[in-house]
Design a protein around this ligand. Structure first.
Ligand SMILES: CC(C)(COP(=O)(O)OP(=O)(O)OC[C@H]1O[C@@H](n2cnc3c(N)ncnc32)[C@H](O)[C@@H]1OP(=O)(O)O)[C@@H](O)C(=O)NCCC(=O)NCCS
Length: 160
């Protein structure tokens, strides 16, 4: 399996990975135009020519970003694909000199395994103003906020 940045013309294949989750109101929608405009902020997992997982980073400011649109094809779940994608996203955040990586998730254990710690979404007004305020589920949100703290001296997951 390889983790790589997608090409702009892979928008359809990537967004299809979580269209059912969007339809069910469990994930925020992303448009093909938005994908193509921020393609360098996405990572995909590819196995035998198939796109089996995706993740993106959304940058709020010069120190805080969010893991967004994490999804793995149902046939490939339970094999560590999401963990590899999130680890690579953390590396990407570090390369961009970010200090903190936020996530809002219903799978907190996945992130805790990787070093994220639980927090409160109200501590992140950037997120609340941008995404929570207009969200139809804002009064019944079942997502957990977790944060990963980056430190300059940390090494990347491939040891560099
Ligand atoms: C959540 C999702 C991305 C996990 O992908 P995955 O490749 O199966 O995850 P991994 O194999 O890397 O799992 C790593 C760990 O997280 C745990 N985990 C995975 N999915 C989980 C979930 N939905 N809830 C709680 N824990 C979960 C796993 O049990 C595993 O822990 P373990 O090693 O102690 O068993 C995948 O189930 C998915 O695409 N779901 C639908 C989309 C979605 O919910 N995305 C939002 C996630 S923020």
């Amino acid at each position: 399996m390889i983790i790589r940045h997608p090409q702009p013309d892979e928008a359809g294949r990537v967004l299809a990975l979580f269209e059912d989750e969007v339809r069910a109101g469990r994930m925020l929608p992303r448009s093909e135009d938005n994908f193509r405009a921020h393609v360098e902020d996405w990572l995909i997992a590819e196995q035998a020519g198939q796109v089996v997982g995706c993740v993106s980073l959304v940058y709020f400011n010069q120190e805080l970003c969010e893991v967004r649109s994490l999804a793995v094809h149902p046939d490939y779940r339970g094999n560590g694909v999401a963990s590899k994608l999130v680890s690579a996203a953390i590396d990407m955040a570090r390369e961009h000199d970010m200090r903190r990586v936020l996530t809002l998730t219903r799978a907190p254990r996945l992130f805790e395994h990787l070093g994220f710690v639980r927090d409160f979404v109200d501590n992140f007004p950037e997120k609340v103003w941008q995404d929570c305020a207009p969200c139809p589920f804002r009064d019944a949100c079942d997502e957990v906020a977790l944060i990963y703290h980056l430190h300059r001296q940390e090494k990347t997951s491939d040891g560099k």
